[in-house]
Design a protein. Structure first.
Ligand code: ADP
Ligand code: MG
Length: 504
């Protein structure tokens, strides 16, 4: 009897130990898998370091590269393209204007009436039609692309109400073209390369304004392409129309770019050019900026290597909306490979660009207590169901790290421009480093693009970083203004009236 009791007790004890061992084993394994995920995140954070010290190095590098790009053709990865725009609209423009805007994902046709008085709300005076660019057109032939554009304009004009006061003999048109162009005059320029997913090989090296003009003629439209400008220049023009203290414009959308007003004598590579105002807008093509100070991770290296344009647009690949979602996807894939906190590895995680930046932003900005939106998106996009809350929190953290780095690098780029033109409070090239608040002039930077205007955390991080780099006393003179996408293209035409067409 006694032996039986002991026997039962021993069995129970053994069983308990076994259960305990299993539980402990599971716990250890569980801790190990969470540790693995945590170390992926830690490495990501270290790799994405944007301490203010590092940002200042990026600021300096940006200013140095700007100098180099202005000194000689090919002097820097920054192309610092001349635009031949030396005067910006100021509100006194009058007339009916048409514009076409070929951006990254959308194509817009616009019409605007200007009264000769500054309009406080340009958007009300604008007719806009927006169309997504069909994917096959983005990769077809030059002729197909421009035929598509010309047809859209033709339909737009055909819809004009009869009896409207648009009675021009010949319509004039501004073409806002958001790709790098070597400008020959204000109304002509050669495509240097496509970016943002466009790849139409036979357009590189051709005058895109002439291509458009030919397509308009083919469609029987009596419209003259009067100006060809980059979207950054359009943005600067609108910024200046509203506020003459505007000195630079930044685009942060599918891609990223910047332009600013430079003194003619600082543009060494165009010696001999006479511009009436002594200034010219320079299109930096800053998406291609590169510096060893940029915080680069293995995810960036892989993304670049697998892209259609490796070693190109390095700054853009860390900042803009085309890429942020994909960086996050790569990190989630890595975590999924390292541990099973996301369950079995979903094949969707290996699909490039499956996570679009707006959805990444939606996860980042999910403020529900159980991160319901994060769970939904992980399920919908990656087909990963039932992700535990702890793992969802990690995904939010990853979005945060990637977005914060992007916004802070863009901020460093902006301060780099301000430094180059002596608006960073350091006294510029002439003065010493005394941070004299009194000398600092009101300085407005216009910013346009979906990533900036629709992603509030991105905006906050960018603004915060500008303050950190410049210090509160200087930063209070720097105003970052959001500009709307629709109006940017509009200033193309009034611009053409004001510019001196040197290259013609
Ligand atoms: P484009 O750059 O093509 O001219 P936009 O300026 O409208 O067009 O920017 C579109 C880009 O902005 C998208 O590719 C996307 O990456 C980003 N974006 C749009 N909406 C959001 C959003 N809600 N949150 C974050 N990013 C967004
Ligand atoms: Mg755009």
């Amino acid at each position: 009897m006694g032996r039986a009791v002991v026997g039962v007790a021993v069995t129970v004890a053994v069983a308990t130990c076994a259960v305990a061992a299993v539980v402990v084993g599971r716990r250890v394994r569980s801790r190990r898998k969470w540790n693995k995920v945590a170390s992926v995140v830690r490495e990501l954070e270290e790799g994405c370091d944007t301490s203010v010290g590092r940002l200042r190095q990026v600021v300096d590098a940006m200013a140095v590269e700007m100098h180099a790009g202005l000194a000689s053709e090919g002097g820097s990865k920054l192309k610092m393209l001349l635009t031949f725009v030396d005067n910006l609209p100021n509100g006194t423009e009058r007339g009916t204007y048409y514009a076409l805007h070929l951006g990254g994902t959308n194509f817009r046709v616009l019409r605007l009436q200007l009264s000769g008085q500054p309009s406080p709300n340009l958007e009300h005076d604008v007719e806009v039609e927006r169309q997504p660019i069909p994917e096959d057109v983005m990769t077809s032939t030059t002729e197909d692309l421009f035929n598509f554009i010309a047809s859209s304009l033709k339909d737009f004009i055909a819809k004009e109400p009869d009896g409207s006061n648009i009675s021009q003999d010949r319509r004039e048109l501004g073409f806002t073209f958001s790709f790098p162009v070597k400008q020959m005059s204000v109304s002509s320029g050669i495509l240097i390369k496509w970016t943002k997913g466009f790849s139409i090989r036979d357009s590189v090296g051709r005058d895109v304004a002439a291509c458009l003009q030919e397509a308009l003629t083919r469609k029987g439209l009596d419209v003259r392409v009067a100006a060809l400008v980059n979207d950054t220049v359009g943005t600067l023009a609108v910024g200046h129309y509203h506020d003459p203290d505007t000195v630079a414009a930044i685009i942060i959308g599918t891609g990223t770019n910047a332009c600013y007003l430079e003194r003619i004598d600082a543009i060494i590579k165009c010696q001999g050019l006479l511009m009436t105002s002594g200034r010219m807008v320079v299109n930096m093509e800053w998406g291609n900026f590169w510096s060893s100070h940029l915080p680069r991770t293995v995810y960036d290296i892989d993304l670049d290597a697998e892209s259609p344009n490796p070693n190109d647009q390095g700054f853009e690949k860390m900042i803009s909306g085309m890429y942020l979602g994909d960086i996050v996807r790569r990190v989630i894939l890595k975590m999924s490979l390292e541990s099973d906190v996301f369950g079995p590895i979903s094949p969707k995680l290996s699909m490039p660009f499956i996570l679009r930046t707006p959805l990444m932003a939606a996860m980042h900005e999910d403020d529900s207590p159980d991160l319901r939106e994060v769970a939904r998106i992980l399920n919908d996009i990656f087909e990963i169901p039932d992700v535990p809350l702890k793992a969802r929190k990690i995904v939010v953290k990853v979005c945060d790290v990637v977005t914060r780095r992007a916004a802070r690098l863009a901020a460093a780029g902006i301060v780099g421009i301000l430094k180059k033109i002596g608006r960073d409070g350091s006294g510029g090239i002439t003065g010493g480093r005394s941070r004299n608040d009194m000398k600092m002039r009101r300085t407005v930077v216009a910013i346009e693009g979906g990533l900036y205007s629709k992603y509030s955390l991105f905006r906050e991080y960018l603004r915060e970083a500008v303050k950190e780099i410049l210090g509160q006393d200087i930063a209070k003179h720097v105003i970052l203004k959001i500009l709307s996408l629709t109006t940017a293209a509009l200033m193309t035409l009034p611009l053409s009236i004001f510019v001196r067409n040197i290259g013609r």
